[in-house]
Unconditional design. Structure first.
Length: 218
């Protein structure tokens, strides 16, 4: 019997070939022929799955976003059942920055996706929807931390969310070797420390109270 072709798998294989082309040579003059060559297939075979450059970039960009989400999910799972919001936000930010080979590949693909979105309404809508979803997740964590008293109650959750996401701007500085990964992580940690200062003080006071009670009981 002829081998059944898994069309989704083939599309993902082509998309990953696009990732490699973007990582190695950039996306400014990217052609479908280049991607087909990298994927080891003919141009005609590639066009069977993607009718245009925009279609391929959109799919590859969506796949990059899914892979980033999976990395974030794995990082959060490693934090345990009830992770501290600070740890959750740190994991989200770290996984979105190009600090490792896998995140660097998807980060560069995402950058190419954004450039395409500036000139294609369909790609723009898809990219915007994905970013809004991610932003919503961050804001949800911030709002809950404020409600739990871990972040000062007078903080604006919208503004704090925007400031957190602004830290992903370190991507450009990392890619152009302006700043090294340890410095980026130090800046991320410093920002989170400042954001959670009130919560840290409250937790310290609670812990001190428990220690005092234990001492009295002893």
């Amino acid at each position: 019997m002829p081998k059944q072709v898994d069309h989704q798998e083939r599309r993902e294989t082509i998309a990953r070939a696009l990732w490699r082309v973007v990582e190695q040579r950039g996306a400014t003059h990217l052609t479908l022929r280049e991607v087909a060559q990298e994927a080891g297939i003919s141009l005609g075979q590639l066009q069977h799955y993607f009718g245009s450059r925009a279609d391929l970039l959109a799919f590859a960009g969506d796949l990059a976003g899914e892979q980033s989400a999976l990395r974030v999910g794995r990082a959060l799972a490693e934090l345990g059942e009830r992770p501290h919001p600070r740890a959750v936000l740190r994991a989200m930010l770290v996984e979105l920055l190009p600090l490792r080979a896998d995140s660097r590949v998807t980060s560069r693909m995402s950058a190419a996706y954004v450039l395409e979105a500036l000139h294609d309404e369909g790609v723009h809508a898809r990219a915007r929807a994905g970013l809004l979803q991610g932003r919503g997740m961050v804001e949800q964590v911030v709002r809950q931390a404020i409600a739990d008293g871990l972040i000062a109650g007078d903080r604006d959750p919208v503004v704090e969310t925007d400031l957190l996401l602004a830290l992903t701007g370190f991507t450009t500085l990392l890619e152009l070797d302006v700043i090294e990964p340890p410095a980026v992580l130090a800046a991320v940690d410093r920002h989170l420390d400042r954001l959670f200062t009130v919560g840290a003080a409250v937790e310290a006071a609670v812990e001190a109270g428990r220690s005092g009670a234990d001492g009295v009981a002893g």
